[in-house]
Design a protein around this ligand. Structure first.
Ligand SMILES: CC(C)(COP(=O)(O)OP(=O)(O)OC[C@H]1O[C@@H](n2cnc3c(N)ncnc32)[C@H](O)[C@@H]1OP(=O)(O)O)[C@@H](O)C(=O)NCCC(=O)NCCS
Length: 203
């Protein structure tokens, strides 16, 4: 039976696997097509934020028999993101100096597609184990986040998706409305993605 609960430290490896087991096109392109590097970067990001004890960036899991089969992560206020130095240090550790230099234009291009995110509960990741997709696990996780928002007196829930992605159409069906689209020709050329869509749902 599928159950929802707050993530525990013991879920961390499974959470990384759910989110970065198959990294997204943008993450793979950022690392010049190297899937292992994209995964390592994602793992470092999650390790920095932590999946427990972070009141700003919270993590919940859907479990089957105690094992995480879906994850949702959201920010209840804007979390301090990696400074350029912290980001560079992490990239250097993963890819070494020569590749890090080659990545600079791609890292910079990613900064060109930032939407303005309004206050509220901001969904950062929602992933379901491929074997469990299409069984409403993702919908249950999002509805859970919406209840957390309402309980915390937040009337707005927001998220970003890749422009035109399946994820975008999925959240639109759940009542999220496109408020802006961030496009940049350099980003599209270097990262191979059309742009990022910002969506909101009033609760
Ligand atoms: C998007 C995702 C979380 C949906 O979870 P889910 O448990 O399959 O969702 P539900 O069962 O509640 O809803 C199913 C709907 O999700 C949509 N969907 C979006 N991406 C999908 C995918 N990769 N595989 C299957 N369904 C997907 C389908 O349109 C499906 O609707 P349909 O049955 O009418 O076609 C899940 O498919 C996933 O982890 N995808 C990869 C990661 C991702 O894109 N996350 C969202 C952005 S952070």
């Amino acid at each position: 039976m599928i159950e929802l609960r707050q993530a525990r430290q013991g879920d961390a490896a499974k959470i990384v696997d759910l989110i970065y087991g198959t990294p997204g096109d943008e993450a793979i392109a950022l690392f010049g097509g190297n899937v292992a590097h994209a995964r390592a970067y994602g793992a470092a990001k999650i390790a920095r934020q932590g999946v427990v004890g972070n009141d700003i960036h919270q993590t919940f899991v859907a479990t089957d028999d105690g094992v995480a089969v879906g994850v949702i992560r959201f920010e209840v206020e804007e979390e301090r993101s990696w400074t350029p130095v912290e980001q560079l240090r992490t990239v250097l550790r993963i890819v070494g100096p020569a590749e890090a230099v080659r990545m600079i234009p791609r890292i910079r291009a990613m900064r060109n597609v930032r939407n303005v995110i309004r206050p509220g509960l901001h969904l950062t990741e929602c992933y379901v184990d491929p074997a469990y997709r299409g069984q409403s696990v993702g919908t249950t996780l999002i509805e859970w986040a919406e209840r957390v928002a309402v309980a915390g007196d937040m009337r707005m829930i927001t998220c970003e998706t890749m422009l035109g992605s399946r994820a975008q159409h999925w959240v639109e069906r759940l009542g999220y409305v496109v408020k802006s689209v961030a496009l940049d020709p350099t980003y599209t050329r270097l990262l191979g993605c059309p742009g990022r869509t910002y969506l909101e749902k009033t609760l």
